[in-house]
Design a protein around this ligand. Structure first.
Ligand SMILES: Nc1nc2c(ncn2[C@@H]2O[C@H](COP(=O)(O)OP(=O)(O)OP(=O)(O)O)[C@@H](O)[C@H]2O)c(=O)[nH]1
Ligand SMILES: [Mg+2]
Ligand SMILES: [Zn+2]
Length: 345
């Protein structure tokens, strides 16, 4: 169990956005609790005077988004302590489930800021950071790129520059995640009642950073593999952790299991926004349906030739946009693809 020393609802992140959804009548029978962690079929929750584990199954009527995920606010029955309703979310992180893009996996809800964690080693990859930026845009959450293992890189400033170049105004923080003096300023992103999602590949140091900011070593961490520097998928649950702050002012970090892949699906507007430098140029192409191959009057090719657009970035944009188009589409299209997949088996 998480030792919260009985936080108030405000400390847990309760806001008018949530209380507005609860009628006076409902609050007599029910009380709000926040999902602290997700386990198979159960969630642990915390609220005023409540620290409990409740069943999350049996409630689901709709799609996967109707299931409680870490960070969610729930109404539970004051007497039976059973789940009554999931309150509408301020934000929701999700992705197509790995290996099955017809299923959606929920990552975290009601997150204010996303720490996109990557290490100053072989893990550093601008294409992957862009994928997380698209997810953040799509969820309407402020992204912060956190570069860990600064101590292992001879010239981490180059990586900081490369990350900063991905989006104007993008915040990029360079830390040794094991060292509080180096990482302490990250606590500013999670003040009272604020929630930060911590995502990235396995082994980049997400749990190490969370331990440092909460001032304990309660989360297990594990050295990366020696041969290829990859992580060992140490964390297996998504869990909220309280940042150590003066007298209960610390917010929340959601530690998550390292992700192997992030497929793009239903994120067209996120792609457009993260690559707004590229999409702005496409508007200048002579033909509205230009695919920027060998059409006359293609502004993308002209910009590359003039050196105002980076061809590598254009390629990454093309790849994400195509992947998104292939994975998205109407429900009918998805069903027919699903049908084909079933027939193939
Ligand atoms: N030198 C150095 N090592 C670090 C730093 N941050 C993390 N590590 C080490 O990297 C290894 C992996 O760290 P974890 O915190 O377990 O990584 P994780 O991202 O939580 O990995 P998963 O739970 O598998 O997703 C551990 O041995 C950490 O001590 C850092 O800033 N510098
Ligand atoms: Mg971990
Ligand atoms: Zn074009």
């Amino acid at each position: 169990m998480i030792n919260l020393s009985d936080p108030t609802l405000a400390q847990l992140g309760w806001k008018p956005f949530f209380s507005d959804q609860v009628s006076a009548e409902q609050s007599l029978a029910c009380q709000p609790v926040r999902v602290m962690s997700v386990h198979r079929g159960r969630v642990t929750v915390a609220g005023e005077g409540v620290e409990d584990s409740i069943s999350s199954i049996g409630h689901v009527q709709g799609g996967p988004e109707d299931r409680p995920t870490v960070g969610d606010w729930l109404l539970i029955d004051r007497t039976t302590r059973s789940l009554v309703r999931i309150l509408d979310r301020t934000s929701l992180f999700k992705r197509p489930a790995p290996g099955d893009d017809r299923r959606i996996q929920l990552i975290a809800a009601n997150v204010d800021t996303l720490f996109i964690v990557t290490a100053c080693d072989q893990d550093f990859n601008v294409a992957r950071i862009e994928r997380y930026l698209v997810l953040a845009r799509e969820a309407g959450v402020r992204p912060v790129v956190v570069l860990t293992k600064a101590d292992l890189s001879p010239a981490p400033e180059h990586l900081v520059e490369a990350a900063r170049a991905l989006q104007s105004g993008l915040r990029v923080e360079l830390v040794d995640g094991r060292d509080l003096a180096s990482a302490a300023h990250l606590a500013e992103y999670c003040g009272l009642g604020e929630t930060v999602g911590v995502v990235g590949s396995s082994g980049v140091g997400k749990s190490t950073l969370v331990n440092t900011l909460k001032g304990s070593d309660s989360i297990a961490t594990q050295a990366v593999r020696e041969n290829d520097g990859k992580g060992r998928h140490t964390t297996t649950v998504r869990e909220m952790h309280r940042v150590a702050g003066p007298a209960g002012e610390g917010g929340w970090l959601v530690d998550t299991p390292g992700m192997r892949e992030i497929q793009m699906s239903e994120v067209a507007s996120g792609v457009d926004e993260v690559f707004d430098d590229v999409t702005a140029v496409t508007l200048e192409c002579r033909f509205a349906n230009c695919v920027h191959a060998d059409e006359p009057g293609c502004a993308i090719r002209a910009a590359i030739a003039a050196g105002t657009l980076d061809p590598a970035r254009v390629e990454r944009w093309r790849k994400l946009a195509e992947e998104d188009a292939a994975n998205s589409g109407t429900a009918a299209g998805r069903r027919s693809r699903a049908g084909k997949a079933r027939k193939r088996r």
